[in-house]
Design a protein around this ligand. Structure first.
Ligand SMILES: *[C@@H]1O[C@H](CO)[C@@H](O)[C@H](O)[C@H]1NC(C)=O
Length: 180
């Protein structure tokens, strides 16, 4: 039985490392490239098309790169997003290298502060799912009370796979020892 403690310790350390790797903040360049914060070239190249191909998590850091002399980033309410109203943003950034941490789940709305840019499509909605939803919870409500819309299926994430794998491995080891 003396071997079980070292094995448990090893598995514990492994899982601890995995969960740390899992929670490291990701830095995400909005639009996927430095020149993305601009009026989109066409209707099928909007920033929201890009956003839909990404899954944002609490703790992720969004980064906007743009020419601070001609553009800015405003975090606004859903209403001001829809109407492109730039008069009272929740937050206003014009440093050309804007970083914004997604601190909680829910929906974030950003528009350009440059005249007419928002109405021409320079705007983005970021949906951040709660851990509950990412882990496959069935309720699918986001924290701002908006409808479940499209809750992506739980990702087969590497950490989860490893945890299950370790559990199976551990069970096999303990079972093997019991049989010996
Ligand atoms: C923009 O928002 C401000 C403050 O919320 C409001 O007073 C104003 O009427 C709005 N403008 C338009 C065009 O909706």
């Amino acid at each position: 039985m003396g071997i079980i403690v070292p094995i448990l310790t090893f598995v514990f350390l492994l899982l601890t490392r995995v969960s740390h790797a899992d929670s490291k903040p990701r830095v995400i360049l909005v639009g996927g490239s430095a020149a993305s914060w601009k009026v989109p070239d066409s209707h099928d190249k909007t920033l929201n098309h890009w956003a839909e191909t990404n899954r944002f998590k609490v703790g992720d850091i969004l980064v906007w790169k743009y020419d601070a002399k001609v553009d800015s980033v405003l975090q606004v309410t859903k209403e001001d997003y829809a109407s492109c109203n730039t008069t009272k943003p929740l937050k206003h950034f014009n440093d050309g290298d804007t970083k914004f941490e997604l601190e909680h789940s829910g929906t974030y709305f950003f528009i350009s502060g440059a005249p007419d840019h928002c109405v021409k499509g320079e705007k983005i909605t970021i949906l951040v799912l709660s851990e509950r939803n990412i882990r496959g919870g069935s309720r699918g409500c986001s924290d701002d009370g908006s409808p479940p819309s499209k809750t992506p299926a739980p990702a087969p994430n590497a950490a989860g796979g490893l945890k299950v794998g370790s559990g199976v491995f551990l069970t096999a080891v303990v079972f093997g020892l019991a049989m010996a």
